[in-house]
Design a protein around this ligand. Structure first.
Ligand code: R5P
Length: 292
């Protein structure tokens, strides 16, 4: 209880100074409620508006793929360099230190393995996502896949309904079927469909004409790295994506399968946040690799 005998009437209202009205730094998030903005702000650095998300959710479909055999040995040392991390609840609970203090983008769907056809049919219980203090949920959409398109759109839609209740953003992950063209038309369509169905962030792939994909999507786009490339090529991919409007990367294999993963993620970070060119990024990578 305040001391009632010392109640001082407020006088310093600065009525001539209007309250600062700034736009929020994350595309399409201006109208979201506070908790949602706070979680997105943890993922996207407020100084640059970008993120380096370290993805190591591959095991949920691929098993112990190269670089992810021992998460404790290979991934844990990299987490410090990431702005956010993307993984499954099983790996989070078993192998990610709870004091890592990084926002979690939780892989929230399951049901598929590399041994079978795409069969994505399980979505996480929202209470489990809350228990894990997730900053975002990631749901895959198979746009253009005749048997899975409607099911995966419904997964996203229902996840947005549940997550929005608790202020948790959702990232739509565009899966590309083998018979899909990996071009701006397809990625633009898939990304826009994610956003239209409520995704607050979209993960897709870089392609020629990427600026059109970004422009047609009302929420931030982060790019997946895809298959392992030479380090210079991977940094060039990041550079081009950022220059053409990506809000960051959600990168896995090109980091954890690199010859020097810690050097690589730091180089990626500098390209994403500091505007280093691919050449400058590669130079940083080689310097850090030599020191390690
Ligand atoms: C793919 O479904 C997974 O969500 C990966 O997290 C994503 O593709 C990013 O990893 P990578 O850079 O290895 O493609």
């Amino acid at each position: 209880m305040a001391d009632l005998d010392d109640l001082r009437e407020g006088a310093d209202f600065n009525t001539s100074i209007p309250v600062k009205q700034t736009g929020f730094h994350i595309k399409g998030a201006e109208n979201l409620p506070w908790g949602m903005k706070d979680r997105l702000n943890r993922i996207f650095n407020p100084q640059t508006g970008k993120t380096v998300m370290l993805a190591f959710d591959h095991g949920f479909i691929m098993g112990p793929t190269s670089g992810l055999e021992r998460i404790d040995l290979t991934i844990e040392p990299l987490i410090q360099y990431a702005d956010s991390i993307m993984c499954t609840r099983g790996i989070l609970r078993s192998s990610v230190p709870a004091n890592c203090n990084k926002p979690i983008c939780l892989r929230a769907d399951a049901g598929t393995s590399i041994l079978t056809e795409l069969n994505n049919n399980v979505v996480i219980d929202i209470e489990d996502a809350i228990r894990l203090n997730t900053s975002a949920l990631a749901i895959m959409l198979a746009i253009g896949d005749k048997s899975m398109e409607a099911k995966t759109i419904a997964n996203l839609y229902q996840t947005v309904d549940k997550a929005t209740r608790y202020g948790i953003p959702v990232m739509g992950v565009t899966a590309v079927g083998t018979d899909m063209a990996r071009d701006a038309r397809y990625f633009g369509l898939a990304s826009r469909i994610c956003a239209e169905n409520g995704a607050n962030v979209v993960k897709t792939y870089y392609c020629d004409g990427f600026e059109k994909v970004v422009s047609g999507c009302p929420v931030p786009i982060v790019i997946a790295g895809g298959k392992k490339l030479e380090e210079y090529e991977a940094l060039d991919l990041c550079y081009r994506a950022i220059q053409e409007g990506a809000a960051g990367v959600d990168m896995g294999r090109n980091v954890f399968q690199s010859e020097a993963p810690a050097a690589m993620i730091q180089a990626v970070h500098s390209v994403v946040h500091e505007g280093l060119t691919a050449r400058q990024g590669y130079q940083l990578y080689t310097e850090l690799k030599e020191k390690s």
